[in-house]
Design a protein around this ligand. Structure first.
Ligand code: FPP
Length: 254
């Protein structure tokens, strides 16, 4: 057992040593998928998979914070996830409240800023309260921004942005000619944040599922077969190492 732990630690350290510290993705976005299948494989209820997924969040936040990632956006609850059975939706909302209550102190100590994207007005009041409390407590920190996507859907975000733009044009605050990429960026939930450099989806699914569609125009994509509860520091480092080998041309030539 001890040897196994030692071996794992060594492989983590090797991966960590291989990282180019000058080319760490500024913004990583993750679709935390596979919780249900992880639980099913173990004959456990799906909610246990989500619970195990929260432990992965703790580990990944720590690694991102330590290696100097500036933004970590986690797809925690989509606009489509309301279609799930009420029990599962409630369990996810409870896990969010529990996570914020349990972790905020530690996150604050580690200089993490808590933020979110998505329309949280539709979440239960207790979730909104804990989110606001966590945001307020961590607002002056200068480290990793942990950006939770909650009741988030890219199409919904774009619709909300278009409505705000239309209102500002109607009210004379904006001219149609002013509408450009930069202006639209400023109306999205991710206003002020850089686009993700790297998007990760574990669990074997090869799709984007309505996550940050506008923002990932030039993101590097990385997929793995591992279910989110089994995702770990090693997997993240592997994704970043692969990212560092990619030749990002943004439509140009080098
Ligand atoms: C997708 O797996 C996962 C989700 C819809 C929820 C992710 C939420 C958490 C990890 C925990 C709650 C969040 C916080 C911030 C505390 P799935 O259930 O679709 O997996 P499956 O495809 O195997 O069924």
């Amino acid at each position: 057992m001890f040897n196994l732990i030692k071996e794992k630690k060594q492989s983590d350290d090797n991966l960590l040593d291989s990282l180019d510290k000058n080319n760490i993705p500024l913004h990583i976005a993750i679709i935390m998928d596979g919780n249900g299948r992880w639980a099913k494989k173990r004959n456990l209820p799906r909610t246990m998979g989500h619970k195990a997924g929260v432990e992965t969040i703790r580990e990944i936040v720590k690694v991102c914070s330590n290696i100097g990632v500036k933004y970590l956006t986690l797809y925690a609850f989509s606009t489509e996830n309301w279609k799930r059975p009420a029990d599962e939706v409630n369990a996810l909302m409870n896990l969010l409240v529990e996570y914020l209550r349990r972790e905020v102190q530690e996150l604050d100590k580690n200089n993490v800023v808590i933020n979110w994207i998505g329309d949280i007005a539709k979440l239960p009041a207790i979730c909104q309260e804990e989110l606001l409390r966590a945001k307020e407590k961590t607002k002056d920190n200068t480290g990793l921004v942990l950006n939770l996507a909650l009741n988030y859907g890219s199409r919904d975000e774009i619709i909300r942005a278009i409505k705000k733009i239309a209102i500002d044009v109607r009210d004379g605050k904006l001219k149609t000619e002013d509408i450009n990429e930069e202006l639209i960026n400023g109306y999205l939930d991710t206003a002020g944040m850089p686009d993700p450099d790297l998007m990760i989806r574990p669990s074997g699914e090869l799709r984007i599922s309505n996550f940050l569609l506008w923002q990932i125009a030039y993101s590097e994509l990385w997929f793995s077969n591992i279910f989110w509860p089994d995702f770990n520091k090693n997997e993240l480092l592997k994704a970043i190492l692969e990212y560092q080998k990619r030749d990002r041309r943004f439509g140009g030539v080098k």
